[in-house]
Design a protein. Structure first.
Length: 202
């Protein structure tokens, strides 16, 4: 499928590639010229075809799908319950979250959408980390949760724990301090806050 972000002069560029100026021909073998012409003509055929227009992604529908899953299956749920339904949630969320990750501008979201999307990415990270032993994938999703909702204290704490395990104590302290300021009464965050801030190199 042809990229929708083609430059305005793409047709002229393609036609020049299909029929290169004589001055350029000397730089290519006959075989190479044939390959360039063949590939270029194939691209031109796709550009000219009405079927070449890529389907636009309806992000609003994907956002609503994630919000619905969060509200129904995740909101106010404890981690053990999230993990108990981990396989089902993984199946429901993998495609929409992979599509939305890094694309959505948080400034365009309502507070409820930020909470739901951030919560969904955070809980998906928990599923990857605890249920599927994919800590790297989990960190990517915790970061996205915090990007969408900087007040997501649980994802901040989860990121802090990950950096702490990786030996990046400075970043871990910064993250757990943010989480602690947002939710100082949370026992898990308090434990991690004390653990990270009391750590001293051997």
């Amino acid at each position: 499928m042809v990229d929708a972000n083609l430059p305005p002069n793409y047709e002229a560029v393609l036609r020049k590639l299909a029929n290169p100026p004589a001055a350029h021909v000397q730089h290519y073998s006959t075989e190479g010229l044939r390959a360039i012409r063949r590939s270029t003509l194939e691209v031109m055929a796709q550009v000219d075809s009405p079927q070449a227009s890529p389907a636009t992604v309806d992000y609003s529908k994907l956002i609503q799908k994630v919000v619905d899953v969060y509200d129904t299956d995740m909101k106010d749920k404890k981690v053990p319950e999230i993990l108990k339904n981990g396989d089902s949630l993984y199946a429901k969320l993998t495609d929409p979250l992979n599509t939305l990750r890094g694309v959505i501008n948080p400034d365009t979201l309502s507070n409820s959408e930020k909470n739901a999307l951030g919560g969904a990415f955070g809980n998906y990270g928990i599923i990857l980390s605890s249920g599927r032993k994919d800590r790297q994938g989990a960190m990517v999703n915790f970061k996205e949760a915090v990007r969408i909702n900087p007040k997501d204290y649980y994802s901040l704490a989860s990121l802090a724990a990950g950096h702490f395990l990786d030996g990046d104590i400075t970043t871990a302290k910064q993250l757990i301090d943010r989480a602690h300021r947002l939710k100082p009464e949370d026992q898990d965050i308090n434990f991690l806050y004390k653990r990270i801030n009391s750590w001293k190199p051997n």
